[in-house]
Design a protein around this ligand. Structure first.
Ligand code: NAI
Ligand code: MG
Length: 801
């Protein structure tokens, strides 16, 4: 019998394998044989030999994929060309709808995507599931927003046209998303070639685009090796090439496209420094190294593959690193508790082995954990080299495996010198608990991304790309968009706007619009909406609501002073969490709201018609504008960035937009839906919580929204709605000390009163007695509202020496 002590000492990790059944079913559905996805169809499924794509953890063949010939490349480019004008003419909102639909579909299929990615590439399921695929969805959401905002934010710019995109195998679907999302958002169509080792998730992506009914030719996926890539690069009717891969191939492509007029962006290799100062928190540093070089088996272009440790702490760091390396687990990538999976292909494994041998031959000390590797499959252990000279091969060449070199430095100046002693410049990370040190070093590093006390952080809102031989162009954020647009000439601008106008009519239909039946029953009495629940008005009174013909069709609660106070309290309670949520989360809620509103477009439009007596076109336009407005502010949520001011005295100043707090919103009488939402949406997008008083005459459009909010993951208390008479309610809001700002749309005399009452706690006011055209994209939405919803905080930080 074993004692508890013995059991404890010998305790190992069990396995927790992820099932591959669904993935297998998907492969079987395609007969384990794939062609290209061109012009909305699968072609050449059986044509030619093709090649096998294998599972590097088992060396078992997963499927056969086709090798696109120059003729097939040509067909794909032609399909993209044919689809491009209509895709552009769809306009920003139309494309935003599609990108949003793609993002949702990726989320719905996220487990399938993760498993296929892990099977084909060998990366641990923990990474594909928790990092790759969520980031893929995030990129499509974020760029749905840029599509929505393109016409105002990139006015005067149009798409480049047809884009050829070539991606590597280390983050197959993520690199696809980095390439396709911005290209489509800006109105381009694409021909994308995945890497020959990892074609499957790109083919699955084609499958879901097909299922959604994406217009044929907008996305074309062709598979093949470098020859196919070269044919795409050389095709005369491609307007831009976007490439991620080795510097060697990047150089070939630069030369091949020279003088062709093709736009070009290159994301190439790296040998990124990971600089550790003696005052760094070494335990955090160790976890940082794990993320820097053992993430994705070290097959990461921005991997922190050169640790530069300050001499005084180097021995302690090495000791801690070795201890940590002993605990890393290499094994089946489908095992949820595995840290390091398989190397993508035999040739890559050989390269790693060769370079490690070279390091040993050149005199460096090689250290690997004591445990042994799984017998089958392409595995390589985490490896740490010490006693490395800056000129050694392993200190200069991108190994692209789980191998890190450690060098030492004495002074900050020396750390910068060694860090920059490379032909690359993709990324760097700096570790120090002293802000002055970190921000003195950061500006001196020649790299496109510098992480302070963190590493390998990625997000769609931030640009990513290199300096020097790491390439040029950025992916992500506003700066990434420039790769996919060109300045329009004058004639082109005029022609475009005509095409766009004439195309507008049809675009508001969601890719998948489901209409719910009918109006709610006539004699309903909607209550107030406070803290995410419907509550009876305190006073117990109701106000009649009349239809256009003067008949009473419903009544609504008549809120009073007490109801406003309750609503303000609910808004306060919700504020901290909502303001502290990420902009992405807020965007998600607004998109979801738009989706749910679109599902009830018909119902809202009928309601509007019945109440206001407006003609069909006008009322459905108001609903369409409301849906589009939700898209606009969902888009802005993670894009209304602050700035960085170039202040002197070795500083930079971060100008951060922050929410105001609890806002009281008194909505205009006209445009009972679009006017109401035009105030509520920007306010909540920026992280405020609101107490809103809807149109007095037509409050049902606002009360009908309760259910839409409830089904949109909107936290209770973020939007509170109190119906009643404006004259009773607005002054209570204006005088309330826990309301931080008030927006008022109504008669001038009342507006004056509101401004006076606001003086109590000096709340911010935005009042208007003018007749606003809520349908107008310049008057009814945009930066004016975002500015009113935020206040700027300037944070001065040391930067540079
Ligand atoms: P690679 O640069 O050859 O492959 C990247 C992509 O380019 C693949 O889709 C490939 O089919 C395509 N390609 C190859 N030759 C081409 C050509 N002449 N014209 C157009 N497209 C072409 O990278 P490979 O051979 O898979 O890996 C070799 C080394 O490259 C790695 O060990 C690593 O050091 C580096 N690499 C860097 C990556 C990064 O993200 N920076 C990604 C992949 C590899
Ligand atoms: Mg494979």
């Amino acid at each position: 019998m074993t004692s508890i002590r013995e059991a404890y000492d010998t305790m190992g990790w069990g396995t927790a394998p992820e099932s591959a059944a669904t993935a297998q079913a998907w492969l079987d559905k395609h007969g384990k044989r794939f062609g290209h996805y061109v012009g909305g169809e699968w072609v050449s499924r059986d044509g030619g030999e093709g090649f096998a794509t294998i599972n590097p953890a088992t060396s078992v063949e997963l499927a056969r994929v086709a090798q696109a010939s120059p003729e097939e490349v040509d067909a794909a480019v032609k399909a993209a060309r044919a689809a491009q004008p209509a895709w552009q003419a769809l306009g920003g909102h139309g494309r935003a709808r599609w990108l949003y639909a793609i993002a949702r579909e990726i989320q719905r299929n996220s487990r399938l995507f993760s498993v296929i990615e892990t099977l084909d590439n060998g990366k641990p399921i923990r990474e594909s599931r928790d990092i790759d695929i969520p980031l893929v969805a995030r990129h499509f959401y974020h760029h749905a927003g840029w599509a929505q905002l393109m016409e105002t934010e990139l006015a005067g710019y149009g798409p480049v046209g047809v884009v050829g995109q070539i991606i590597p195998w280390n983050f197959p679907l993520l690199m696809l998303a980095w390439k396709i999302a911005p290209a489509l958002a800006m109105g381009n169509t694409v021909v994308l070639k995945p890497a020959e080792y990892t074609s499957l998730t790109a083919l699955l992506f084609a499958d879901i685009c097909h299922g959604l009914g994406l217009p044929p030719g907008v996305v074309n996926i062709i598979t093949g090796d470098g020859k196919t890539g070269a044919a795409l690069v050389g095709h005369p009717d491609v307007d831009k090439i976007a490439f991620t891969g080795s510097t060697e191939v990047g150089r070939i492509i630069r030369i091949a496209t020279a003088g062709s007029g093709k736009k070009l962006s290159l994301e190439l290799g790296g040998k990124s420094p990971f600089i550790v100062f003696e005052d760094a928190d070494l335990d955090s540093v160790v976890e940082g190294v794990v993320d820097a070089i053992w993430f994705n088996q070290g097959q990461v272009c921005c991997a922190g593959s050169r640790i530069l440790a300050q001499e005084s702490i180097a021995p302690r760091l090495i000791e801690k690193l070795r201890a940590r390396m002993e605990t890393l687990r290499v094994g089946s990538p489908l095992d949820k508790s595995v840290d390091i999976g398989a190397i993508v292909a035999p040739v890559q494994l050989e390269t790693i082995q060769g370079l490690v041998q070279k390091g040993i031959d050149e005199g460096a000390t090689c250290w690997q954990p004591s445990w042994s590797l799984p017998k089958d499959g392409l595995f390589y252990p985490p490896t740490l080299f010490t006693d490395v000279t800056p000129a050694a091969t392993i200190a200069q060449v991108e190994i692209f495996g789980p191998v890190v070199v450690l060098m030492t430095f004495r002074t900050p100046a020396e750390s910068v010198e060694i860090a920059n002693n490379t032909r690359y410049g993709l990324a760097a990370s700096v570790w120090s608990e002293n802000l002055n040190t970190a921000l003195d070093i950061a500006p001196q590093l020649k790299a496109g991304t510098v992480w302070v006390n963190c590493t390998n952080m990625f997000d769609a809102a931030s640009g990513f790309g290199g300096y020097r031989e790491s390439g040029y162009g950025r992916e992500g954020g506003r700066e990434g968009l420039w790769e996919y647009v060109k300045h329009l000439g004058r004639d082109e601008r005029v022609a475009r706007s005509e095409v766009e106008q004439s195309a507008k009519g049809g675009v508001l239909l969601a890719p998948r619009s489901s209409q719910l039946p009918g109006l709610p029953p006539i004699d309903r009495t909607p209550k107030l909406y406070i803290g995410g629940r419907q509550v009876r008005p305190d006073g117990g009174y109701a106000l009649p609501v009349l239809d256009a013909a003067g008949n009473q069709i419903a009544s609504v609660g008549r809120g009073n002073r007490k109801d406003i106070r309750n609503a303000v309290e609910a808004a306060h309670q919700a504020l901290e969490k909502w303001a502290g949520s990420t902009a992405h989360t807020r965007a998600q809620v607004l998109y979801y709201f738009a989706e749910n509103l679109a599902a009830r477009e018909q119902e809202f439009s009928e309601r509007l018609g019945r109440l206001t007596g407006r003609a069909a076109a006008e009322k459905s336009r108001e609903v369409a504008i409301s849906i589009e407005r939700a898209f606009t502010y969902a888009a802005w949520a993670d894009k209304y960035d602050g700035r960085v001011h170039a202040t002197p005295f070795r500083n930079v100043t971060l100008a951060m937009n922050e929410p105001i707090g609890v806002l009281g919103l008194v909505a205009p009488e006209q445009a009972p839906l679009a006017g109401f939402l035009s105030l509520v949406l920007p306010a909540v997008a920026m992280g405020n919580t609101v107490v809103a008083v809807p149109s007095e005459r037509w409050p049902l459009l606002a009360t009908d929204l309760y259910q839409v909010f409830d089904t949109s993951d909107l936290p209770g208390g973020v939007i509170n709605i109190v119906t009643g008479t404006r004259k009773e309610l607005a002054p209570v809001l204006a005088a309330h000390d826990d309301v931080d700002g008030i927006w008022f749309y109504g008669p001038r005399e009342e507006a004056a009163e509101i401004e006076k009452l606001s003086a109590g706690n000096m709340k911010r006011t935005a009042v208007s007695w003018k007749d606003v055209d809520w349908a107008d994209p310049h008057e009814g939405q945009g930066e004016t509202f975002l500015r009113e919803a935020t206040q700027v905080k300037n944070i001065w930080v040391p930067y540079g020496a």
